[in-house]
Design a protein around this ligand. Structure first.
Ligand SMILES: C[S@@+](CC[C@H](N)C(=O)[O-])C[C@H]1O[C@@H](n2cnc3c(N)ncnc32)[C@H](O)[C@@H]1O
Length: 374
């Protein structure tokens, strides 16, 4: 439903106010300062109104600023964007992996520099606001994904993996990364992408993921790693104070750029589900996966997604694995937890080929820890 500009201004102001939790200020000093600035600097709200109505969020403006900072590492924003300096210092998107330095304090003057920049570069900022959407691709979620795949039975069947809401398709290359899940190590030991996930709790058998024989992604707006602007945008959607996460995504992007990446077709997770899985080889076990995607659908669309998966299951065996925040997915049926809910956890759920659903694990939303549940 369209709403008037004043109503939308108020909504954006509320979103600025709710951008960071009290405990986040120390971790994200730049965005803390900009959220504070937005309380009395109307430009920070006004510009966001240039975005399509469903994208009018502070995160989109922050990503646009970050993108322009990354594009001009010697530009006026560089002192406040460690990521821009890091990308330039290491040699750009395709540079050899390097170990990021520890974070340093934010220099003074971020707010006034940002306002000067937004005024001078208004056109470039508005162009990004009009054409882009905030979009991440968190490779840390490969640990829950591989854990979920390890629970499929029989365990030796090759998998045809379809990632719904795949973004740049980086998680479809989960078997190209070194994943250290507690004492279990998966993937090539020499991989430049190393994901360390704390395993909280016991597992009753070794974690061994099946071979992924075929893979494909689907996304409303796929980002193509080989396109510099897309790769930069993906990095820009991350927050600029976490160099370690930034470097990890850059490494995964670099692999995708080198190897051509995995195909991610443009489409809607409900409308285009059947078409995207159609070429999956009949001899492979079809696994549908999504992480932090259903959370962006209305409850009604989530129910439609569940119906579409069920309908697909009438035609061929299908396993459905997802990592979502339970509060955000009321349209999906989430089974009861066997263990106590950890506040803020995302749930890894498997609906097997016989349509039995169970929670496999509770996880950090970015996959930094995993606690087996079933
Ligand atoms: C938060 S990102 C998560 C990306 C990826 N699954 C991950 O875990 O890194 C959500 C993704 O879902 C995609 N998306 C949202 N709604 C969609 C829809 N209806 N159909 C297809 N993709 C959608 C967005 O474009 C975005 O790439």
């Amino acid at each position: 439903m369209a709403t008037g500009p004043e109503h939308r201004r108020q909504l954006i102001a509320r979103r600025w106010a709710g951008l960071l939790g009290a405990s986040d200020a120390a971790q994200h000093p730049l965005y803390t300062e900009l959220a504070e600035l937005a309380r009395h600097e109307p430009l920070l709200t006004e510009l966001i109104l240039a975005a399509p109505e469903d994208q009018q969020r502070p995160n989109l403006l922050l990503a646009a600023l970050h993108d322009l900072a990354l594009a001009a590492p010697d530009g006026p924003l560089a002192p406040w964007y460690p990521t821009a300096r890091w990308l330039a210092a290491t040699g750009g998107l395709d540079a050899e992996p390097a170990e990021p330095p520890p974070s340093s304090p934010l220099p003074e003057g971020a707010g006034s520099a940002v306002v000067r920049f937004l005024t001078a570069e208004r056109e470039a900022v508005v162009e990004l606001l009009r054409t882009r959407a905030t979009q991440t691709n968190e490779v840390g979620r490969c640990a829950p994904l591989l854990y979920g795949l390890s629970k499929l039975r029989p365990s030796d069947a090759p998998v045809a993996l379809v990632d719904l809401g795949a973004s740049a398709g980086l998680n479809l290359a989960c078997d190209a990364y070194r994943v250290e899940l507690g004492p279990f190590h998966l993937g090539p030991p020499g991989s430049p992408v190393v994901l360390r996930t704390e395993l909280r709790g016991e597992v009753d058998e070794p974690i061994v993921a099946p071979r992924i024989a075929w893979r494909r992604g689907l996304d409303r707006t796929p980002l193509v790693p080989s396109r510099d602007e897309d790769a930069r945008w993906l990095l820009a959607c991350q927050w600029p104070d976490d160099l370690e996460r930034f470097e990890r995504t850059r490494r995964a992007l670099r692999l995708a750029r080198r190897d051509g990446g995995v195909e991610v077709v443009a489409g809607d997770v409900v409308e285009d589900l059947a078409a995207v899985v159609e070429p999956a080889p009949a001899g492979d076990r079809l696994v549908l996966f999504h992480s932090w995607v259903a959370a962006y659908l209305t409850a009604q669309r989530q129910t439609q997604l569940a119906d579409a998966v069920r309908q697909l299951g009438e035609e061929r065996p299908v396993s459905w694995l997802f990592l979502e925040h339970p509060r955000e997915v009321s349209g999906l049926e989430i089974p009861l937890l066997a263990t106590e809910r950890i506040p803020g956890s995302s749930l890894l759920v498997l609906v097997d080929e016989e349509r039995r659903a169970r929670v496999l694990a509770q996880c950090h939303p970015h996959g930094t820890w995993l606690r087996p549940d079933a």
